[in-house]
Design a protein around this ligand. Structure first.
Ligand code: UGA
Length: 437
């Protein structure tokens, strides 16, 4: 099929390359010329494992074109809209400027029979409103919503082999046309037995925010237990293992620590609360306010813990922060808990050195006043305390003996419960973690 992908960020770039891998002829469009140039050269414009290899593979087939010229989408049967819906500057609601503009601009190049497919995460009700925009501008064109569930760090795998595929389709005869078109797009993954759910437009929009709200709630639940463990002298990692054995609960996404960040979970739960309020159902998701509050409290607690181990005063102390991205295997620093803690410590007068395997450039753009060090051993040298805030593999594999020869004080705060407490205490380290004695 001939497919267009509008917006080539973390979602769209992977989606465009994956659609080409599935055998489709893809044109990707973005307003950012630097991003387009990088992709055209087969270079990922951000860090995502496997994306470089995928781009090389599909570039060789000639099935992926990228451009800043929106008119290049003409003739595509399906147009995926993958632009961002960040949190608005003036409140919790989602900023729909980019989605609205993308679809409005797209209508100038659309023909009857073509299908616009939204993938961006939007407040429920947006798709029906935009379906009307498309119908009015181009009679015979349709709009569907096909939410995306990929995780950064696993984006290629999650796109080519998702847990499920959800189509929100319009009512009436258009439902058949749209479903058939999306079935053709996803023929290869569907043939492997991946579940497909076809719903109306609002259900598809809600599936996405419900999934992210559930995940955020699961993380904040275990972090609330961590708060209890801290005051009761218990251990949240053992608690998580024990309750996680119950298949109804499950151990995944039950890792206590510094909590969730990124471009999705935090803004999605806030936008959900804002939208529910608009619909007069704010009470139904008021608990998400608590989920958000528990999450932010972990960052505050981390700073308190640093103060405790630094003998009550942060000012002038040398603190090494390991990790700046919001999670390992990503260079994304949007709402990063690690970077937030680093900035808070710096504001309190600590001399903070931040290391990250991939995210230093993005972190510097966001927090230019922090000191960054690309060499891990240089970053650790002379530290009064080391804070592991993003659990990259290379930090989990650190040798406590070797690191002990570099720092000024053998004090480590494990913000992700990612290290072996025994290994570090055996090497003479003071080891502290969130939710543990
Ligand atoms: C999340 C969802 O997991 C995806 O399904 C969804 O498609 C995506 O948002 C989106 O809406 O686009 P992502 O933001 O890549 O994906 O990151 P997650 O893997 O969900 O992690 C989010 C945050 O939770 C990270 O900061 C991570 O460190 C934290 N986390 C995760 C925990 O603190 N504990 C856990 O047990 C798991």
């Amino acid at each position: 099929m001939r497919i267009s992908v509008i917006g080539l960020g973390y979602l769209g770039a992977v989606h465009a390359a994956s659609m080409a891998k599935l055998g489709h002829d893809v044109v990707g469009v973005d307003v950012d010329a630097a991003k387009v140039d990088a992709l055209a050269a087969g270079t990922p414009p951000f860090y995502e494992p496997g994306l470089g290899e995928l781009l090389t593979e599909v570039s060789a087939t000639g099935r992926l074109q990228v451009t800043t010229d929106l008119s290049a989408v003409r003739g595509a049967q399906v147009h995926f809209v993958c632009v961002g819906t960040p949190q608005r500057a003036d409140g919790y609601a989602a900023d729909l400027t980019y989605v609205d503009a993308a679809i409005q601009n797209l209508t100038a190049h659309l023909s009857a029979g073509e299908i616009v497919v939204g993938k961006s995460t939007v407040p429920v009700g947006t798709a029906e409103r935009l379906a009307e925009v498309v119908r009015r501008a181009v009679p015979g064109a349709h709009l569907a919503w096909n939410p995306e569930f990929l995780r950064e760090g696993f984006a290629v795998q999650d796109t080519l082999s998702p847990d499920r595929i959800v189509y929100g389709v319009p009512g009436g005869e258009a439902a058949v046309t749209v479903t058939a078109a999306l079935d053709a797009v996803y023929e290869a993954p569907l043939s492997t037995g991946i579940p497909r759910i076809v719903s109306d437009l609002p259900t598809a929009e809600l599936v996405k925010v419900a999934a992210n709200s559930f995940l955020a709630t699961k993380i904040s639940f275990i972090n609330a237990m961590a708060e209890l463990c801290e005051v009761a002298g218990a251990d949240v990692t053992q608690l998580a293992d024990a309750i996680g054995h119950d298949a109804r609960i499950g151990r995944r996404f039950l890792n206590a620590g510094l909590g969730f960040g990124g471009g999705c979970l935090p803004k999605d739960i806030r936008a959900f609360m804002a939208r529910a309020d608009e619909l007069g159902a704010g009470e139904a998701v008021a608990f998400l306010g608590e989920v958000d509050a528990i999450n932010i409290r972990r960052r505050v607690r981390m700073v308190e813990l640093a103060r405790e181990v630094l003998d009550g005063s942060i000012t002038g102390k040398r603190v090494t922060v390991l990790g700046a991205s919001f999670k390992p295997d990503s260079d994304d620093v949007r709402d990063s808990p690690a970077l937030d803690v680093a900035a808070r410590l710096s504001e309190l007068g600590a001399v903070v050195t931040v290391h990250d395997p991939q995210a230093i450039d993005n972190a510097r753009a966001k927090q230019p006043r922090l000191h960054y060090e690309r060499d891990l051993e240089a970053a650790l040298a002379g530290a009064d305390a080391v804070l592991l805030l993003t659990e990259w593999r290379q930090y989990r594999d650190l040798d406590p003996e070797r690191v002990g020869t570099l720092v000024a004080q053998r004090t480590i705060l494990d913000g992700r419960n990612a290290l072996s407490r025994t290994a570090w205490t055996d090497a003479g380290w003071q080891y502290r973690a969130l939710g543990r004695r």
